[in-house]
Design a protein around this ligand. Structure first.
Ligand code: UDP
Ligand code: MG
Length: 331
């Protein structure tokens, strides 16, 4: 867990790039040279001590050996290997927890967030912004269904959540030392990172960019995983669905009351011939369905509460190899 000493993140002339990688053996050798060139440039223009932390999120391919080879060739690289696949959000959390000085920048391993933009992020940080986030103007190499569902998702969560979550914004961002320290204090298990960044606040600015296709490999996020991520986002950052269930209940009760009055009046005026089995079935099935949905909703929240109450560590570390370093201090 992150050390909470008063001088944490005190030095702000360090920039650590955090990359979560899950089965990225093909992409990493393409990414690292690009990243290294950019970091050389940033180090020269801004006088920053640049580092990289690669987090191997329990990969089952050659990612770890590829990372070891890369680290052997560059003293700025630190390696972190998790005990199994914990998912991107927790892998990033693990990586960020291991940045104990300066700012952090989050980058995807697949080159979809171009490292060449890092200098623009750093400039904004140097201008005093705490949360510099990349906003996608365009997503190349992704089908209309993915783009459409992502578009809809950001609009829905934007309406439901009180926490500001900028639309079309991924995890590509730079966090200033104080934003990073603040994020380190949010230890919840169900982590929708974009929401957590939004919750932290401070001075925020967007850097628009074109999202490129992957350099190699395939996306790790199937539609099913994206759907689960969306559920996670909504239940972690909004209780609106619970309120919706209440309103739906109220509305149904009101309609049922009106209908009840009408049935009684009709029976008084015209007698009560027995009929209406189809209507009764329709109403019972409809109400049964609505009740099950409401129960399911409560269950979603309850399940998360249960996970939270277990107080397990967020992730477990297999290996931590600090960077051998280029200047003072250790990563
Ligand atoms: N990733 C990870 N753990 C996972 C899944 C993905 O660390 O369980 C990493 C992956 O290696 C990549 C980033 O998260 O660096 C984004 O994944 P991907 O490119 O598959 O997602 P997409 O860009 O398609 O949304
Ligand atoms: Mg990707």
């Amino acid at each position: 867990m992150r050390p909470m000493s008063a001088d944490t993140h005190a030095t702000d002339n360090r920039l650590t790039v955090v990359v979560a990688a899950f089965n990225e053996a093909e992409s990493l050798p393409v990414l690292q040279p690009r990243l290294a060139a950019v970091l050389d440039d940033v180090a020269a223009t801004h006088g920053l001590d640049c580092r990289v932390v690669y987090v191997d999120d329990g990969s089952t391919d050659a990612t770890w050996s590829v990372l070891q080879a890369l680290a052997a060739g560059d003293r700025r690289i630190a390696l972190l290997r998790l005990s199994r696949n914990f998912g991107k959000e927790l892998a990033l959390t693990a990586g960020l927890d291991h940045v104990d000085q300066g700012a952090a920048l989050i980058l995807d391993a697949d080159g979809q967030d171009p490292p060449e933009l890092i200098p623009r992020f750093v400039e904004q940080w140097r201008c005093g912004y705490d949360d510099v986030f990349g906003t996608r103007i365009e997503r190349e190499g992704e089908g209309w269904l993915k783009r459409g569902s992502a578009h809809a998702f950001y609009r829905v969560i934007g309406r439901l959540s009180k926490t500001p979550i900028p639309a079309d914004t991924g995890d590509f961002r730079l966090l200033s030392p104080r934003a990073l320290a603040a994020l380190g204090r949010l230890r919840e298990r169900h982590r929708f990172m974009k929401g957590l960044f939004g919750w932290v606040g401070f001075n925020r600015v967007a850097v628009p960019y074109h999202r490129e296709p992957r350099v190699a490999g395939t996306s790790k996020f199937s539609y099913w995983r994206l759907w689960n991520l969306a559920l996670e986002a909504i239940t972690s950052f909004s209780t609106a669905p619970l309120r919706l269930a209440t309103y739906l209940g109220l509305l149904t009760a009101m309609v049922a009351f009106g209908y009840g009055v009408w049935v009684v009046v009709k029976a008084l005026a015209f007698g009560d011939p027995v009929q209406g089995w189809p209507t009764m079935m329709a109403v019972i099935l409809f109400l049964g369905g609505v009740q099950l949905i409401a129960l399911g909703l409560i269950g979603e929240y309850l399940g998360r509460l249960y996970d939270e109450s277990k107080q397990r560590p967020l992730y477990l570390i297999d290996t931590w190899r600090p960077a051998s370093g280029v200047s003072s201090g250790q990563v």
